[in-house]
Design a binder for this molecule. Sequence first.
Ligand SMILES: [Zn+2]
Length: 53
Amino acid sequence: MTECVSGEHDFPDEDETGAYCEEHGVTMLFHGPPITPGDLAGGSPPAIPQRDH
Ligand SMILES: [Zn+2]
C-alpha cells in the first residue's frame, strides 16, 4: 500500500495506476504529482518557472 500524503494512513483505494483518498480528497498518480481539489478546480496547468540565465 501507499501512504496518503497526509502521512496518517495508507490509501484506502489503490490500483496499478494510482490511489485515491476520499477522506483527504487526494488523488495520487504513480506517474505524476498528487492531484488536489485545487488542481481540479483551477483548470489551468501549473506555472512553470522560466529560467532567465
Ligand atoms: Zn488520506
